[in-house]
Design a binder for this molecule. Structure first.
Ligand SMILES: [Zn+2]
Length: 317
């Protein structure tokens, strides 16, 4: 992967020293020191503020400063909502409109007095976390997925991150599973995300007569557990699109395992049975059928642990 093969500006983090893991999302900012054995130190979070670019940066800088406290860190890893440009070190998160081409990597490096900073997509960070510490242990080729308000993904191939030349490979949410499907915010239509994401499931259910307590994924899951036919169908439809995307990715990349996290995966009891059934329909070739699909073990911590692993072990990137 071209971007992260470049050596960090001041060399790799020395062993035995904590690094700082930073998670930048549309709803919250988080940071924590991560010890070399993978343990997370005290996590600091705060909501992502509205406002201009500097307002958002000030909030993040405060989170980072508080997370470091009196301790010392040898470097930092950032998992950021995308898209991003890993070569330039800039981010343009869809859900943080104030940041367009924001030079996040350089700003954080300056705050840390020039210590090395690695920047990856948050779904890539999550995949690396699961690979080292969670449900991805023991395989060589995996896709980590986050199924939530959007659908993200990160690839690990032959034991190394494959993020592509701009840091954006693995965007399984924008692979196309319905050639006549609904428009997607990305500009295409029929993407996995247009069917599988939490908001897409809720929209479909409402269009088909569901009337839950609130227009949310949590309420939809509650209705499905109560046996509501439309809610159950929304999960079944989401799982079919997910299976189609996973089978396609497995055919393309010869995957050993897919690890699924994010809010929709918290309803694993509802998602897993139709997902397994749909894989029976979409996974034909033996090497595609062998892909294991499992739930995230780390859930909200996967990204923080993943970026820390990348700072500790730049060879993986
Ligand atoms: Zn799309």
């Amino acid at each position: 992967m071209t971007d992260l093969r470049e050596p960090p500006p001041t060399g790799a983090a020395p062993a035995g020293v904590s690094v700082l893991a930073v998670d930048v999302g549309g709803t919250k900012l988080a940071a924590a020191p991560v010890h070399p054995d993978g343990r997370l130190g005290e996590l600091v979070t705060r909501p992502t503020p509205d406002g201009d670019a500097e307002t958002v940066w000030s909030a993040l800088a405060a989170v980072v400063t508080e997370a470091i406290g009196d301790g010392a860190v040898s470097g930092a890893g950032i998992g950021s909502a995308g898209p991003l440009d890993a070569v330039a070190g800039t981010v343009s998160p869809v859900n943080i409109p104030a940041w367009r081409g924001f030079p996040l990597r350089d700003r954080l490096a300056a705050l840390l007095a020039g210590r090395p900073v690695v920047l990856v997509n948050d779904a890539v960070a999550g995949a690396v976390g699961e690979y080292h510490h969670g449900a991805g242990r023991g395989v060589r080729a995996m896709l980590g997925m986050v199924v939530s308000t959007g659908v993200g993904g990160g690839l690990i191939l032959d034991g190394r991150v494959y993020a592509g030349n701009t840091g954006n490979a693995g965007h399984i949410g924008h692979t196309i599973v319905d050639i006549d499907g609904d428009p997607c915010p990305c500009g295409a239509h029929g993407c996995v995300e247009t069917i599988t994401s939490g908001p897409a499931m809720v929209r479909w259910a409402l269009r088909n007569g569901w009337s839950g307590a609130a227009p949310t994924g949590v309420a939809l899951a509650a209705s499905a557990r109560d046996g509501d036919a439309v809610a159950l169908a929304a999960f079944e439809r989401s799982a079919r699109a997910l299976a189609a995307g996973i089978a396609s990715a497995a055919a393309l990349c010869d995957l050993d395992r897919v690890v699924i996290g994010g809010g929709v995966a918290r309803a694993w009891d509802l998602l897993e049975p139709p997902l397994t059934a749909s894989m029976g329909a979409y996974a034909g070739l033996a090497f595609v059928r062998r892909v294991e699909i499992v739930r995230s073990e780390l859930d909200g911590q996967a990204g923080l642990l993943g970026v820390a692993a990348l700072v500790h072990d730049p060879e993986m990137a």
